[in-house]
Design a protein around this ligand. Structure first.
Ligand SMILES: Nc1nc2c(c(=O)[nH]1)N[C@H]1C(S)=C(S)[C@@H](COP(=O)(O)OP(=O)(O)OC[C@H]3O[C@@H](n4cnc5c(N)ncnc54)[C@H](O)[C@@H]3O)O[C@H]1N2
Ligand code: MOO
Length: 586
């Protein structure tokens, strides 16, 4: 979801501009949502209405529902006002969220301005304001200025600033998963190589605050604006001096100059050769200082510093730029941001990051037997476990899960669901109906459209995995069995998603450990077993290989990967253990 704000003083034309922008984007077929900040006295509810009475009686949330509208009123009572990010998280996924107000939040904004308000512009003091829409020319401003009524130009600016239109990668070709004719039993490595070579990023690029960039993939190389550390400074609390001015002898005696250097409060003068100064961790080294002795190693007698000889030149001093020099590569394009990377870019003076927009992962379940968890006791119905699992996986990896719901085994309904999915998602995950039975409509329908490359993959579980495109959007038709659905998602979809989202191709992390089990494995397909490490650092496997035994997925902390070739495994045989954490599962 792209986020852009409209801010400004009262009567500056904010709401009119919001209204025109919503109408403009909605007319282009975009799904637009809005959020407005107001002061606490404003209330949608009138005393005496039924819902007002519910609320006054103490309800936490009151829902007013009709066939045309649902309103949810959430009473904060004594809890804090939610942050903008929390409010945005509550919205149904859409293309653009326009925010009115919330001046101090970090999202980019345009300031509405009318000369008649008589107020000074907010823009010069607010770095998040990227442009001004004014009814008067503003020649001195160092920002783009639009006519307040020129909605088309303002909308184009917003599209550009949020990456909605700019730098969109081309869609994938419809035959991008096609295998050479005659080949229909594909080794895992070959299937992976095909995905790796034929997929490319399908996301746009947007600028967001570094602080909000965790799990996002950098779209460009990020360069240090400033060095870390920016100036030479002390690594410890102690006393600084010039090494060259140290007197001879086993015990050093040095006069202390008056004053001190602290972080944020530098010592302005020069410390004469042969003198020392009190200095604290992080303080810039004053002129004349290159070495620091720790306070635990010294004695102070009046104004004389004493410590034993042997301190090394430059001890406990950090050179400017010793960590990262200004202008050097901080993090490369394609890197997925983690909390430590947020610290690095912040320390190097970057407040915004240029990232790929969220990959939208559509998740659709298929099958007449499926129903929502807990809705029936009928043993003929199966609770949908794959959709919540796959949605959480997408969210876990930093993508935007798009819930495409559940569709029955009905060719027309499935066709409609795919049409809908291709407009809402950048990649579609379906589960069920992937093999070749009478009710396996996913593979059949994809085959009819001509874009199915039905890979009978040499893998257990997961052989019926189907790969296709629907109107250019890649589709992973996962097998319905939940174990097979998870394994194929981890092995095939995870690296593919990373490439589609602008990141690198990913390979799982592998530890070779002794087996705690025996197995006689046939040649011809790769096998994945649910596994975990036992108390003696050996790998044990789940008691059953049944592809519907979901409990084994939770029992496990990873997978054992057995090679394509035949293998006799006895206790102690080295096996490849792929931890869930190496697949990024948390
Ligand atoms: N004659 C053949 N039969 C089967 C083959 C085959 O090659 N020839 N392959 C088997 C393998 S391997 C698998 S895996 C399954 C996969 O089949 P489908 O993708 O067509 O899946 P369904 O038949 O729709 O469902 C299989 C199983 O999984 C349950 N399921 C489906 N969706 C969900 C969900 N969202 N949550 C929980 N459980 C789900 C479904 O009820 C079935 O029990 O085919 C074998 N058969
Ligand atoms: O391989 Mo299926 O995927 O056994 O369950």
């Amino acid at each position: 979801m792209k986020i852009f704000g409209v801010t400004g003083w009262k009567n500056s034309g904010k709401t009119g501009l919001m209204e025109r922008l919503v109408a403009h984007f909605a007319a282009k077929g975009l799904r637009v949502s809005t959020l407005k900040h107001t002061h606490h006295g404003v209330d949608l509810e009138r005393p005496g209405t039924d819902t007002h009475r519910h609320r006054e009686a103490g309800a936490q949330e009151v829902v007013l529902a009709s066939s045309s509208r649902v309103s949810i009123l959430h009473e904060l009572r004594d809890t804090d006002e939610p942050r903008l990010t929390d409010l945005i998280a509550r919205l149904t996924p859409c293309d653009l969220v326009l925010v009115e107000g919330f001046k101090s939040a970090p999202h980019p904004k345009i300031e509405a301005h009318r000369a008649t308000t008589g107020e000074a512009l907010l823009a010069p003091k607010n770095q998040t304001i990227r442009a001004v829409a004014s009814d008067t020319p503003l020649p001195t401003l160092d920002l783009p200025v639009f006519d307040l009524d020129d909605t088309g130009a303002i909308a184009a600016f917003i599209e550009d600033a949020t990456g909605m239109t700019s730098r969109h990668a081309p869609k994938l070709a419809n035959d991008c998963f096609a295998l050479p004719p005659g080949i229909n039993w594909t080794p895992v490595d070959e299937a992976l190589a095909t995905l790796r070579d034929r997929l490319h990023p399908v996301t746009a690029i947007e600028r967001i605050p570094v602080a909000a960039a965790r799990k996002r993939i950098l779209a460009t190389d990020h360069i240090a604006v400033r060095a870390n550390p920016p100036g030479a400074n002390a690594a410890v609390d102690g006393y600084g001096f010039a090494y060259a001015g140290l007197p001879a002898g086993d015990m050093i005696h040095m006069p202390l100059v008056h004053g001190r250097a602290a972080a944020g409060a530098p010592f302005k003068g020069t410390v004469p050769m042969g003198h020392a100064i009190r200095i604290l961790t992080g303080a810039l080294l004053p002129d004349g200082i290159d070495t620091v002795v720790m306070q635990e190693d010294v004695r102070i007698d009046g104004t004389t510093l004493r410590f034993p000889a042997g301190v090394k030149p430059g001890a406990n001093a950090r050179a400017a730029g010793e960590d990262v020099a200004a202008g050097k590569l901080a993090l490369p394009a394609g890197h997925k941001m983690r909390a430590p990377d947020v610290a690095l870019l912040s320390a190097l003076g970057l407040s915004d990051a240029e990232v790929h927009t969220h990959l939208r992962v559509g998740v659709l379940s298929t099958g007449d037997e499926l129903t929502e968890p807990g809705t029936t006791l009928d043993v003929g119905r199966t609770y949908d476990a794959n959709r919540p699992m796959l949605m959480s996986l997408a969210e876990n990896w930093g993508y935007l899960p798009v819930d495409l719901g559940h569709v029955a085994d009905d060719r027309d309904k499935l066709r409609q669901a795919f049409d809908d999915a291709a407009t809402k998602a950048d990649v579609i995950l379906t589960s069920g109906g992937a093999s070749a039975g009478d009710e396996d409509h996913v593979s059949a329908l994809l085959e009819q459209t001509g874009s199915l490359h039905h890979w009978r993959i040499a893998i257990k579980p997961g052989r019926p995995l189907a790969l296709a495109q629907w109107n250019g959007t890649p589709v992973f038709g996962l097998p319905g069995n939940p174990v097979a659905a998870l394994v194929t998602t981890l092995i095939f979809a995870r690296p593919a998603f990373s490439k589609l989202a602008g990141g690198p191709w990913l390979t799982p992390q592998v530890f070779t450990l002794p087996a705690a089990f025996s197995k006689s494995k046939k040649a011809g397909r790769r096998e994945y077993l649910r596994a975990r490490i036992n108390d003696t650092d050996q790998v044990e496997v789940f008691k059953s290989e049944g592809s519907g035994r979901i409990s084994g997925l939770s029992w496990a902390t990873g997978l054992v990967e057995l090679p394509d070739e035949a293998l006799e495994i006895a206790p102690g045989t080295p096996v490849r253990f792929l931890p869930y954490t190496g697949f990024g599962l948390t």
